[in-house]
Design a binder for this molecule. Structure first.
Ligand code: UGA
Length: 438
């Protein structure tokens, strides 16, 4: 099939490459000329395992191309997938400007019957509006329908999550649209759940918000564990054997980040409010997460008189390992607080440093300063305390004695529960983590 994909971010680019990989003819469209040049040269603008290999393979074999010329890409397409961003507005609602811009371009370009498929996460009811909008602005008299096909990939494992997805959700309002999508996904050999359009839109939010709730629930229980002398690791392990609960997304820590859970929890809460309903469970998840992000900083404030003049090692800047994405990362909540309070930060991250530098250039910053280092040991050398914000392999691989050996005073605040509490104690480290006895 001839497929066009609007947007070459996580959702669009990965979908485009995976469609090409299973044999479709794909054109990816983006408004950013630099990005298009980069993509044509086989370089991915996002850090994602295996993506560049598949980009190059499918480009060389002639199944994928990249362009700014949306008219040409959309004109004859059998299906156009929309994978542009839906960022959060200050009030928590989803900003649909990019979706609307693409819908307008589609309406002006298509010359034959076409299925428009919204992959971006959009508030329930948006697909109806997109269909109406395209039909209102349609230049040629052709049949066009909109379907919902939400994306469930996680950053860091995007290609695998797409090619081996647990399920494909397709939301359609006609048999024609449903059959078109079934045909597109046939070569993936994955379970397909066909539902109505609004249900598909809701499945995406309900899934993400459920996972966010699960994490916030574990963080809430972890905080209580500390007060009553239980261990959240042991509690999670015990819970995980119940298949109704499952073993994944039970890790307590310094709060969920990224471009999805924070945005999608707020968007659903906003949507509910618009309909006169208070989504109390999701609101609770949002509130717990907000507090959780600074929980270690607050613990450190109680323990120390001041951060002023202290060398603070920060290990991990990205919101999770396997990505260079900083959106809603706990480091962004904590580093400004540390700088305001006069800390001299030495930060290490295996891939996120360049992006962080754009926000916090190296050198003095307010009352404190920030220096970026290449190796975790350099951050730890002579440090008075250390915060661990991301469980990168290169950080988790540091043996407890390294902290003792390099730090001036081995005081460690671990937001990812990487270490065994007893081993850290045996190594002579004052170790604070989440939901465990110190
Ligand atoms: C998430 C979902 O997992 C995907 O299914 C979904 O498609 C995606 O959002 C999206 O809507 O696009 P992602 O944001 O890439 O994917 O990352 P996750 O691996 O889900 O992690 C999100 C956050 O939760 C991270 O900050 C992570 O550290 C935190 N987390 C995760 C925990 O604190 N504890 C856990 O047990 C699991």
């Amino acid at each position: 099939m001839k497929i066009a994909v609007a947007g070459t971010g996580y959702v669009g680019l990965v979908a485009g490459v995976c469609f090409a990989e299973v044999g479709h003819m794909v054109t990816c469209v983006d408004v950013d000329e630099n990005k298009i040049q980069l993509l044509k040269s086989g370089v991915s603008p996002i850090y994602e395992a295996d993506l560049e290999r598949l980009m190059r393979k499918n480009y060389d074999e002639g199944r994928i191309d990249y362009t700014m010329d949306y008219r040409e890409a959309y004109r004859n397409a059998d299906a156009i997938f929309i994978g542009v961003g839906t960022p959060e507005r200050p009030d928590g609602s989803a900003n649909l400007t990019y979706i609307a811009a693409v819908a307008r371009q589609i309406a002006e370009s298509i010359e034959k019957e076409c299925l428009v498929v919204v992959k971006s996460t959009v508030p329930i009811g948006t697909n109806d509006k997109v269909e109406q909008f395209i039909n209102d602005f349609l230049v040629n008299d052709v049949h066009v329908e909109v379907a919902s096909n939400p994306e469930f990939l996680a950053q860091g494992s995007a290609v695998r999550d797409t090619l081996q997805a647990a399920r494909i959700i397709i939301g359609t309002e006609s048999d024609w649209a449903k059959e078109m999508l079934m045909k597109i996904y046939e070569p993936f050999h994955l379970p397909i759940v066909a539902v109505k359009r609004r249900s598909a839109e809701m499945i995406k939010y309900a899934s993400n918000d459920f996972l966010a709730l699960k994490i916030s629930y574990m963080n809430d229980i972890a905080n209580l564990c500390e007060l009553v002398g239980a261990d959240i690791g042991e509690v999670a392990q015990g819970m995980s054997f119940d298949s109704r609960i499952g073993s994944r997304f039970l890790n307590a820590g310094i709060g969920y980040g990224g471009s999805c859970f924070p945005k999608d929890t707020k968007a659903l809460e906003y949507l509910a409010k618009q309909h006169g309903y208070e989504l109390r469970t999701v609101k609770a998840a949002i509130d717990v997460n907000k507090e959780q992000k600074v929980i270690l900083y607050k613990k450190a404030c109680k323990r120390l008189i001041t951060f002023h003049g202290l060398k603070v090692a920060v290990l991990g800047l990205t919101f999770k390992p396997g990505t260079d994405d900083l959106r809603e990362a706990p480091s962004l909540d904590n580093i400004p607080l540390l700088l305001e309070n006069g800390a001299d930060i030495f930060a290490y991250d295996p891939v996120g440093t360049d992006n962080f530098k754009k926000l916090y250039p190296e050198g003095r910053n307010g009352r404190g300063s920030i220096t970026y280092v290449e190796r975790p040991e350099e951050a730890l050398e002579n440090a008075n305390l250390c915060f661990i914000f991301t469980e990168w392999g290169s950080i988790a691989a540091l043996k407890p004695y390294i902290y003792q050996k390099f730090m001036k005073t081995p005081l460690v605040y671990d937001g990812r529960n990487i270490y065994d509490v007893n081993e850290m104690r045996k190594a002579g480290i004052e170790y604070h983590s989440i939901g465990r006895r110190q």
